[in-house]
Design a protein around this ligand. Sequence first.
Ligand SMILES: [Zn+2]
Length: 259
Amino acid sequence: MALHDGRRLLALIPHPDDEAYSMAGLLAQAASDGAAVFVISATSGEAGYDHTTPDARPSDIASTRELELTQSCRILGLPPPRFMGWPDGGVADLPLAQAVADLAHVVELVQPHVVVSLGADGAYGHADHIALWRFIWALLSNRAAGQDPVRWLSAAFPAALFDAQRRRMAQGRDARQLVPPTGAPAVSTEIEVRLGSLRNRKLDAIAAHRSQLPDQDPRSLFPLGTVDALLDVERFHLEAGPPLPPGASDPFGGLTAPA
Ligand SMILES: [Zn+2]
């Protein structure tokens, strides 16, 4: 669509694989509509477990997961991702000023019209996820007058969808990364992307993260039933920036075309 020519979307994710279950459909749709889509992962996921190579070292896991994210992006019709090199499992420990400066540098380079991330709940409460949301909030929630406004969307999930994943995480090696739920009410959702024929590409993008799949089946990324609930529709909350028209399915909806 000509309307999307010159439009730029920046996906800011904490780890390789966070793009796949949360926003793969939106990213693939935006790219197919002609937007330039940039995926930037804060960490390389080196603290994760490699289910294909149980004795892998962190540096090997990072390389593996960077390649897996590259493959996921290829499946979704996106260019190769970039990595910020933040410490996996240590995002919340970064000094606020440094983290915001790093993100500001990325935003300055990409000059996105739309930023997409996980939400304040960190999807299933991973500390890195929540910390990245806080840093993006610090950068984007109060853009100074004179700066181009950026529309920031965050992935919103059905209530209690990740309860089983929280329980799995609490019993596993990532237990100390789990942040208890705050009890905050569910956020509003201002955009809804129906995946339709993108459903299988989303599943393939999840499957690209082989090291994260206990059973080498994309549905094993999370406890049974979770992935299936994510394949038909993706919903997003408007965190900041220009409002969306009612019933929007296009992340750029209502934005004026760039000059
Ligand atoms: Zn993650």
